[in-house]
Design a protein around this ligand. Structure first.
Ligand code: SF4
Length: 88
C-alpha cells in the first residue's frame, strides 16, 4: 500500500538521487535539486513529510537540512507564542 501517494507525482522521480543529497549543506551544492523542487507539483507535501519525519539529510520540498531546522524552530517559537498568548 502506498501511504504517500504524493510521491507518484514527484518531479524527482527517475532522476539521479545523488543531486538531492549534496555533499555539503551549502546553497550552491543544493541548487540543482532546488531547481527541480521549484517546479514540483508536490513540493508542499514533500516538505511537510520531511518536517514531520525529521528527515535529516538531503533536499526535501526545496529545503536543505539547515533550512528545515530553521522552519522547525520558527514553528516551535510560533506555537509557544500562541500558547503563551492563550494562557495570558
Ligand atoms: S519537492 Fe523536490 S524532493 Fe520533494 S518530491 Fe518534489 S522534486 Fe522530489
Amino acid at each position: 500500500m502506498n501511504t504517500q501517494p504524493w510521491r507518484a507525482k514527484a518531479a524527482c522521480r527517475g532522476l539521479d538521487p545523488s543531486i538531492f543529497y549534496p555533499s555539503a549543506d551549502e546553497e550552491d551544492e543544493a541548487a540543482p535539486a532546488k531547481e527541480v523542487c521549484a517546479v514540483c507539483p508536490v513540493q508542499v507535501e514533500c516538505l511537510e513529510h520531511a518536517l514531520g519525519f525529521r528527515e535529516r539529510e538531503g533536499v526535501w520540498g526545496g529545503a536543505t537540512e539547515r533550512e528545515r531546522r530553521r522552519i522547525i524552530r520558527q514553528r516551535r517559537r510560533a506555537a509557544y507564542a500562541a500558547a503563551a498568548k492563550r494562557s495570558a
